[in-house]
Write a protein of this length. Structure first.
Length: 58
């Protein structure tokens, strides 16, 4: 009987392989630009959709 890899581990592994392919052959500066863009994209998606009155308070 073989032990199956948990789905969460398989998803993480596939994601890491995909990112590895995207970054393959890039220079250090290009990698930094890639991660900066990805971070900014993530932050914009995580921003709460607030009303204008709530934004004025902040």
């Amino acid at each position: 009987m073989t032990t199956r890899e948990p789905e969460c581990v398989a998803l993480k592994r596939r994601g890491a392989e995909y990112v590895g392919q995207l970054l393959a052959g890039k220079l250090k500066q290009e990698e930094l630009e890639f991660w900066s863009k990805r971070t900014e994209s993530l932050r914009s998606r995580q921003k709460p959709k607030t009303s204008k009155s709530e934004q004025a308070i902040v």
